[in-house]
Design a protein around this ligand. Structure first.
Ligand SMILES: [Zn+2]
Length: 354
């Protein structure tokens, strides 16, 4: 499979100069980056068609850029700055990872350590505890190893019949099946995922071996991360969207995962990141619950810079989860150049009509 290269305003001539100017103008507002995984496999693997796991050489280039032009700090330091308890260097940037993939330890952490860049890893504790792949990965893994060229499943009143003869068709089927599973209640979803995997004729062994980059961190790995200077936080127990949980479920998701991380690392678990993390995936109620569970910060996936006055329980982050992200795009995002460009445009042409 080939990734289409995104042509964008980031790649226009002069964008590098504008990025430098914007980085200077925005030097007082930190940026937090969110990654998921880092793989040694080049783009083209069906199991990574969404680019959730960055190719290692690309990730290393991004981190070198951070080291050269920015001041990498830990997210906990940014949270303390928001509370007025710490100062930050200019051009502060924090690096975080969601979900808890093992390739973060094997591929990303050596790069971070070599460049002395701090990092935070947020784990889904059930994923680490059970050693099981997340359900979304199970579907794409099964599609990648199935010998069938059509996917058929009879659901009550809803027969499904999808062509899966090549990688493009398989990627389209994956998107459709994931949307179908998401429309089911949490309690029924795993049953449906098992039905999909068996309809594809894939055994547990074949599934587990489909792509090792889907492997989760182990409990012992969490301690190793801490030994390598990485902060380990929680991303819930079962990757539930907290705004859809009852108060009791929310408490369980927050407290159980916190306890698990603390017993695995032997350290306090102060950090949390919201699954999905978009608007509607967190609110005042969930913020209060996170604080009450004993966390000191929470991060979202709202793509913006961190400004003084931001709530430490709603720290915004830019998600960098695409092998399609070019170096120019990454540099522009970090510098705040797109926002800077919009601000200049507003000065010249005036604010847009409401
Ligand atoms: Zn997640």
């Amino acid at each position: 499979m080939k990734y289409p290269v995104k042509s964008s305003l980031y790649s226009v001539p002069g964008s590098a100069v504008l990025s430098r100017i914007a980085a200077h103008a925005n030097r007082g507002t930190p940026v937090v980056l969110a990654f998921h995984g880092v793989t040694g496999d080049p783009p083209g693997n069906l199991c990574n068609y969404e680019g959730k796991h960055l190719h290692l050489p690309l990730f290393a280039r991004f981190m070198e850029h951070l080291r050269e032009r920015y001041a990498p700090v830990s997210l906990s330091r940014i949270a303390r700055w928001l509370e007025g308890r710490a100062v930050l260097p200019e051009r502060a940037v924090a690096v975080t990872f969601d979900d808890g993939y093992r390739n973060v330890l094997t591929n990303a952490v050596p790069v971070l350590n070599a460049l002395e860049i701090p990092g935070s890893v947020y784990v889904v504790s059930d994923f680490v505890k059970e050693g099981e792949m997340v359900w979304t990965d199970a579907i794409v893994s099964a599609l990648s190893v199935t010998k069938k060229d059509r996917f058929r499943l009879e659901l009550p009143g809803r027969p499904i019949d999808l062509p899966i003869g090549n990688d493009t068709q398989k990627a389209a089927a994956d998107t459709e099946l994931k949307a179908l599973c998401k429309s089911f209640a949490d309690s029924e979803r795993m049953g449906l995922v098992s039905k999909i995997v068996s309809a594809l004729g894939v055994s547990d062994g074949e599934l587990a071996g489909a792509w090792r980059d889907h492997d989760p961190l182990t409990p012992a790995d969490l301690r190793t991360l801490v030994e390598r200077g990485i902060e380990v936080g929680s991303h819930t127990a079962g990757h539930k969207i907290l705004t859809r949980c009852t108060p009791e479920e929310t408490r369980r998701e927050l407290e159980e995962s916190k306890r698990f991380v603390e017993s695995a690392t032997g350290k306090r678990c102060d950090e949390f990141s919201y699954p999905n993390g978009g608007w509607g995936d967190f609110d005042a109620r969930t913020g209060k619950a996170v604080r009450k569970a004993g966390y000191r910060l929470a991060s979202t996936a709202i793509p913006m810079r961190v400004r003084r006055g931001h709530d430490p329980y709603e720290i915004p982050r830019y998600t960098i989860a695409h092998n399609r992200t070019t170096m120019a795009e990454f540099a522009a995002k970090l510098s705040g150049y797109p926002g800077y460009l919009r601000a200049i445009k507003r000065k010249i042409v005036g604010p847009r009509e409401p």
